[in-house]
Write a protein that binds this ligand. Structure first.
Ligand code: PAF
Length: 272
């Protein structure tokens, strides 16, 4: 990479935990458009998993992933071992207040510290001109934007739109945990978000009632439970009661042991 830098080439990074799908590969395309060279990272980051979560079970397929990346024009792959990144007495934690609270942080209180800490490390190691993250993890993207701004890390952070299966389910490495029955229910998450988006765009619509409706719609569709369905301002993730120009609906719901997240942009409320 220092050779590329010496030649004046710009470098784009696509940090991932592997188990790659078209959503990740679309981020590669954005990095290739924006930069002269692209480096992908694959590291299943232990810092962002709680002890009861799926770190051990998280799908790993380094050879298959490397092939997909090469076919998509990836110039370099950084896939470190844990020991190479973390000395035994590693003791630093980066915590992003505000955007790193509420929403996913309620069920996964350790998660965004783990993400912020590893992303800071990866950006400092690779020193890319730009790094691309998926909008499916919308809160994660907001946390990373804030981290980079607050710590003066010299990388542009780019978001890639959610990539969906034909039936609307947002692509995710964790979709492979779903049984056939759960997979049939899963598209109801996006369907419900779209309906909630329509409802909140109506003149005078108030989020508290629509939130109750959306939670019930998810359970009625077959979701086991709903972590949250929140209407937020896109940059700060502050809760809203009414649609604004940059409103977004974020949701997380569970199908058995699998937790799915999704989000949509909301059109500004129509005039009454
Ligand atoms: O979105 C992911 O795959 C991970 O959370 C990330 C950003 C690579 C950090 O481990």
């Amino acid at each position: 990479m220092s050779e590329w830098r010496g030649e004046g080439r710009s470098i784009g990074a696509v940090p991932t935990m592997g188990a790659l799908h078209e959503g990740h590969l679309s981020l590669m395309d954005i990095a290739s458009r924006e930069c002269d060279r692209v480096v992908a990272t694959i590291f299943v980051n232990p810092l962002q998993f709680a002890p009861h979560e799926d770190f051990d079970a998280y799908p790993r397929n380094l050879d298959g992933d490397a092939g997909l990346l090469a076919a998509r024009g990836c110039d370099a792959l950084f896939a470190p071992e844990k020991a190479g990144l973390f000395p035994p007495d590693f003791s630093t934690n980066i915590s992003v207040a505000g955007v790193g609270e509420n929403h996913c942080a309620v069920a996964r209180p350790h998660f965004f510290d783990g993400v912020a800490t590893i992303v800071a490390k990866l950006l400092l190691i690779l020193r890319p001109d730009a790094a691309v993250f998926g909008e499916k993890d919308f809160q994660q993207l907001a946390v990373i934007r804030r981290l980079v701004r607050d710590l003066d890390i010299d990388a542009r952070i780019l978001g890639g739109p959610v990539v969906r299966e034909g039936d609307g389910l947002a692509m995710s490495s964790r979709n492979q945990y779903l049984s056939a029955e759960e997979r049939a229910v899963a598209p109801a998450l996006f369907r419900t978000l779209k309906q909630a988006g329509e409802l909140i765009s109506a003149p005078g619509a108030q989020w508290p009632e629509i939130r109750v409706w959306a939670r019930k719609a998810l359970v009625d569709s077959g979701f086991s439970s709903v972590d949250y369905v929140d209407l937020v301002e896109a940059a700060t993730l502050e809760m809203l009661d009414r649609a604004g120009p940059e409103a977004r609906i974020l949701a997380a719901a569970r199908l058995g042991a699998t937790r799915l997240i999704d989000n949509i942009a909301v059109a500004a409320a129509r005039a009454g």
